[in-house]
Design a protein around this ligand. Structure first.
Ligand code: KG4
Ligand code: ZN
Length: 342
């Protein structure tokens, strides 16, 4: 793979953030514009796909123009356009994909479709200039929980995945149950700091015959059962203790599986990615456990953990260098698998 200098215009619209960025040679962010729809979806307690698509259409041109303006470049300076084409909400993805195709067609700039999770993983390259594959990466977001061996740029081996809920989904559902609202992850993170993580004993699920797979639905049910039984017995619920004990159960499982993989694969580099990777307890625990094993620990800043386009620009750069180009038949693929190229 020849690493040439390239300026990537990146577009991301797979869920509820309309985002565009300009990234130089995979690692230098010249602009990173994010228009969040969180306030819009909060009223409904979660993302409403139809509303997300409509808002993306309203915002996308503005966001792209702002990304170019902030980076102080024009389309003439851009080497390639990278866009998330899956996985995600089909209507939301289509807005980014159609816009990227239109700009590419009008300008003649090559088009590179990017996998959203590959973007999350690549967010680690931006602030850790020395990080190169191979390494192990835990991707934990609202829709995904994957333990991945990053064997090379764009080459992934999925070691484990969730059998049911994603880690972020569990955070969001538990937050709703204890009255914290949407989005749950950051709220649980904050409230948990005031609570006792050993107050309630919640289960740490193991998946038989798949040491690296996760399961969070049993934990979510255990929290709901605990809340119901408190209500029936008339015992007041301590929101902070439930948040802290639930968070610890998630963190324990994520850390145990990840450290097991790092040791078994003999790699000395470990990274985290995705919205849940901004969780303060998860970051602290990984920092401690990696230091104890003399493993280098990498994580993006919180703003690069949740959905953004800079990470798509980083991933798009390495895909571009590999010679990946997409035609105008590029479509949104809501269930695109990691490592799969369509
Ligand atoms: O990566 P992301 O922005 O979107 C997806 O691709 O899914 O992740 C969003 C998820 C949500 O479930 C949110 O609750 C969770 O990340 N999240 C957190 C934190 N910040 C965001 N979970 C735990 N602790 C946090 N600090
Ligand atoms: Zn994401």
């Amino acid at each position: 793979m020849v690493m040439e200098e390239a300026l990537i215009l990146a577009i991301e619209s797979s869920c509820d953030e309309t985002a565009a960025a300009v990234v130089k040679s995979g690692r230098e962010v010249l602009s990173n514009i994010i228009s969040s729809q969180i306030a819009l979806h909060t009223v409904y307690g979660g993302v409403v796909p139809e509303i997300a698509s409509r808002k993306h259409i309203e915002k996308i041109n503005q966001v792209i123009e702002e990304a170019l303006r902030t980076a102080n470049v024009t389309l003439e300076d851009i080497t390639a356009i990278a866009v998330t084409y899956g996985p995600g909400l089909v209507g939301a993805l289509l807005v980014g994909v159609s816009t990227a195709k239109a700009i590419s067609l009008a300008s003649g700039i090559p088009l590179v479709g990017v996998h959203h999770i590959e973007g999350h993983i690549s967010a680690n390259y931006i602030e850790n200039k020395e990080l190169e594959p191979p390494f192990i990466c835990l991707v934990v977001s609202g829709g995904h929980s994957h333990l991945v061996a990053v064997n090379d740029y764009g080459e992934y081996e999925i070691l484990g995945r969730t059998r049911d809920d994603a880690a972020g989904e569990a955070f969001d559902k538990v937050a709703r149950a204890i009255g914290l609202g949407y989005p749950g992850g950051p709220k649980i993170d904050k409230v948990a700091r005031e609570g006792n993580a050993d107050a309630i004993s919640f289960p740490r699920a193991k998946v038989v015959d798949a040491a690296y797979d996760f399961s969070f639905s049993g934990l979510k049910s255990a929290v709901l059962n605990y809340l119901n039984s408190c209500e029936m017995k008339g015992i007041p619920v301590c929101q902070a203790d439930v948040a802290a004990s639930f968070q610890k159960a998630v963190v324990d499982v994520l850390v145990e599986h990840s450290m097991h993989a790092v040791e078994e694969y003999g790699l000395h580099k470990f990274a985290i990615a995705g919205g849940v990777a901004s969780n303060s307890s998860l970051r602290e625990t990984f920092a401690r456990e990696c230091a104890a094993r003399q493993i280098s620990f990498y994580h993006p800043s919180p703003i690069l953990c949740t959905d953004n386009a800079a990470m798509i620009g980083a991933a798009g750069y390495y895909e571009y260098c590999k010679g990946i180009r997409h035609g105008y038949d590029l479509n949104a693929v809501p269930n695109l698998r990691l490592g799969e190229r369509i």
